[in-house]
Design a protein around this ligand. Structure first.
Ligand code: MG
Length: 246
């Protein structure tokens, strides 16, 4: 799978940038921010049981958000007041729009809080591949549109989203921080990782570049699209950089 990406760099790469949301595109873990503010106090116990393997990720999320003491608008308002996008995300979105480079958020989180932050930061048209929610009098209804066929009970798979972009011929730039990002990172052509994902990539010998903010990601996308050629740093030079980072 890796060689596919290298081949596409050699010809004419058509990058697509896919980024995780909580702790990556967003500075904060917005899901946990909401649970801390509005959730049942037992949510951290449920998180511990999820980490010990008792619950799947989607079960953990549905259980903890079941008893949340706030409606959609209240939570969105709280996100807009208290969360922020990581530096250079907006600049990268503008560059990607100018160059017709797809950029999307790929998250195991819930669409309403992701969309709230993107909207606040003027990035409301960024596509979001996350858990789709619908609020009614009984609570939150969940829809998983990116499940692996036959494994719907596990909820969404980030690998399914990566594959959908890859199948359109894109060179996948993936940015993430957690264990749920690993299946995506393993399928990507260029990985930016921090925290748990960086540790896991190291353990599994998946090459990655360290992630701190989107400045480095933007630089890589500019190089891939030839945007730095005027400065004498063209795609071929970039290609060797990519190889060194692997
Ligand atoms: Mg994350």
């Amino acid at each position: 799978m890796k060689s596919t990406g290298r081949d596409s760099v050699n010809s004419n790469p058509r990058p697509a940038v896919l980024t995780d949301f909580d702790d990556t595109a967003a500075v904060q873990n917005v899901a946990e921010m909401l649970l801390t503010k509005f959730g049942d106090p037992t949510w951290q116990d449920v998180r511990r049981r999820f980490r010990e393997g008792e619950f799947t990720l989607n079960q953990y999320q549905e259980i903890t958000f079941r008893n949340i003491q706030a409606g959609r608008a209240t939570m969105q308002g709280y996100v807009k007041q208290n969360a922020s996008l990581r530096p250079y995300f907006k600049e990268m979105w503008r560059y990607c729009q100018d160059r017709q480079v797809p950029l999307a958020v790929v998250s195991q989180g819930l669409d309403f809080y992701i969309e709230a932050l993107l909207e606040k930061e003027g990035c409301g048209s960024v596509p979001v591949h996350a858990v789709n929610t619908r609020f009614d009098a009984q609570g939150i209804n969940y829809e998983y549109r990116y499940a692996v066929p036959g494994k719907e009970e596990l909820g969404n798979s980030k690998g399914v989203v990566v594959d959908s972009y890859r199948n359109q011929g894109h060179y996948i730039v993936y940015v993430g921080d957690g264990m749920s990002d690993f299946e995506a990172a393993a399928r990507a052509d260029l990985v930016f990782a921090h925290r748990v994902l960086a540790d896991e990539c190291e353990r599994k010998e998946i090459p990655f570049r360290p992630f701190t903010d989107f400045g480095g990601v933007l630089q890589a996308v500019k190089e891939l699209t030839g945007g730095l050629a005027r400065n004498g740093v063209g795609p071929l030079t970039e290609h060797s950089d990519v190889e060194e980072a692997r």
